[in-house]
Design a protein around this ligand. Structure first.
Ligand SMILES: Cc1cc2nc3c(=O)[nH]c(=O)nc-3n(C[C@H](O)[C@H](O)[C@H](O)COP(=O)(O)O)c2cc1C
Length: 387
């Protein structure tokens, strides 16, 4: 068993054990990757204020997200094709999350279907919705999420069209991988991955293949998005979706104060301040940088969550202290999954939890709910003076 002390260790193993096209799919941003990089470097600009001689006994990282109890305010973000990083990947990640006591969000573009994940887990999970043009499919998708007892819907609003990731085109990303000379040479060095994959029947987009129509290549993510996704998604449609679902709704992909106000108006329970992990609009600001302006705009009217760039418990601490109610991790848990399957996702959550808990103590706090700007040293020009 390798010694894992940080997410970076899991990332190295993920790279070694997973076919290149899927590792690259996870570790890329769109176009020049400026926003992808900023998501990390902007977290680094914020520093923590050390306090001493404070009673640090009896600490707690527990809290709530949309009224549901969480062991720490860190959910697993929806990640497409997770079941290609490792066989049955969504089931493994969902199990690790439920044992740890944090929410798991299943992507519309998952390999394991909603029904599959429900059959292999005990607790309700969250379901992420992408909007396809096929209205019957959308109605059935909501009904399937309800039948699977999903306890929240996460509607992603920042991907009607896809930001280009160069490596995915060069690698010919697909599920399952198409056998070319390059992919076969790569697969020959990933024997463990291949043997596990041979042992499962879950190798296609489980929520959509056989359920939605009208794509020329059902194995290609970019073809699904280009041909079946609805580019006309607008606030009226989001309001309509809100009325279809009687449980909590989270709108994911908000990066602008005006859009945050609209999200509150259409009746969302929470928003995720997110730039999709730097995978959509290259040149957009990092999530942590826009967070203050969004909090100013919506205040207490709606729960404000954040993702994009979180790799450590210190990043979680910074986001919470800046005012986010909760956070999500994408690549950090995928690195764990690609490295060591379910145990790797658990390890990723343990690493982040320990970093959060210890750093909180060293900041002189005992409860995540008490974190605030008083714990941070934020550069005066952090938000930027943009015209
Ligand atoms: C490989 C990959 C696939 C993703 N697929 C989806 C998806 O299917 N639906 C979605 O709403 N967001 C998706 N995202 C975005 C994540 O939900 C989340 O916003 C992002 O990963 C957060 O950034 P981080 O990876 O730096 O933590 C994906 C992200 C990655 C890295």
């Amino acid at each position: 068993m390798p010694v894992i002390t940080c997410i970076e260790d899991l990332k190295r193993l993920h790279r070694r054990r997973t076919p290149r096209m899927f590792y690259d799919y996870a570790e890329s941003g769109s176009w020049t990757e400026q926003t992808f990089r900023d998501n990390s470097t902007d977290f680094e600009k914020i520093r923590l204020r050390q306090r001493v001689a404070v009673d640090m006994a009896g600490r707690s990282t527990a809290g709530t997200m949309i009224g549901q109890d969480v062991a720490m305010p860190v959910a697993l973000a929806p990640v497409g094709m997770t079941g290609m990083q490792r066989a049955d990947g969504e089931i493994k990640a969902a199990r690790a999350a439920e044992k740890f006591g944090v929410p798991f969000t299943l992507s519309t573009m998952s390999i394991c279907s909603i029904e599959d994940v429900a059959a292999h887990t005990e607790k309700p999970f969250w379901f992420q919705v992408y909007t396809l043009k096929d209205d019957d499919f959308m109605k059935r998708l909501f009904a399937r999420a309800k039948a699977a007892n999903c306890s929240a819907l996460v509607i992603t609003v920042d991907l009607q069209v896809m930001g280009q990731r160069h490596k995915d085109i060069k690698n010919g990303l697909s599920a399952p991988p198409k056998l070319t000379l390059a992919s076969m040479l790569d697969l020959a060095t990933k024997i463990g991955w291949g043997l596990e994959m041979l042992g499962t029947r879950r190798r296609f987009f489980g929520n959509i293949v056989g359920h939605a129509r009208g794509v020329s290549d059902p194995s290609s993510l970019s073809t699904w998005i280009a041909e079946a996704f609805d580019p006309s998604l607008d606030w009226d449609r989001i309001r309509e979706f809100r009325s279809w679902w009687d449980g909590p709704v989270i709108l994911k992909g908000i990066l602008d104060a005006e859009d945050a106000r609209r999200a509150a108006e259409v009746g969302a329970d929470a928003i995720v301040v997110s730039n999709h992990g730097g995978r959509q609009l290259d040149g957009a600001l990092s999530s942590i940088r826009v967070l203050p302006s969004i909090l100013d705009a919506v205040g207490d009217r709606i729960e404000v969550h954040l993702d994009s760039g979180i790799r450590t418990g210190q990043d979680v601490l910074k986001a919470l202290a800046m005012g986010a109610k909760a956070t999500y991790v994408g690549r950090a848990f995928v690195n764990g999954l690609g490295a060591m399957g379910e145990a790797g996702v658990t390890r990723a959550l343990e690493v982040i939890h320990r970093e959060l808990d210890t750093s909180m103590a060293l900041c002189g706090e005992r409860d995540v709910a008490d974190l605030g700007r008083h714990n941070l040293l934020v550069p005066r020009d952090f938000e930027g003076d943009w015209a």
